[in-house]
Design a protein. Structure first.
Length: 90
């Protein structure tokens, strides 16, 4: 018969679930998302009676959402991807 593996037992190998490379990808993803949110900022008018068309420019409607989604994709790759650390080779 096949041996059943009990998945309720904790892993005692001492390895982290995320490698150093994946942590770097996570930080990069956070920085990319922060840059996207900075691209979204601004464009308001000081006088509420005056309409400012600057809030409907390419940067806020197209570029910023694409940059934010790219940051989210980096986060997913960092969490779901399998990376080999240089230290694991030893």
């Amino acid at each position: 018969m096949a041996k059943q593996i009990n998945s309720n037992k904790p892993d005692k190998s001492g390895k982290m679930a995320l490698t150093a490379k994946s942590l770097r990808f996570m930080i990069a993803g956070l920085l990319v998302m922060a840059a996207g949110f900075l691209l979204l900022s601004g464009g308001g008018s000081k006088d509420p009676q005056v309409f400012n068309y600057a809030m409907f420019d390419f940067r806020r409607l197209v570029a910023a959402p694409i940059v934010i989604v790219a940051g989210i994709v980096l986060e997913v790759v960092a969490i779901m991807g399998k990376f080999k650390d240089n230290k694991e080779k030893e």
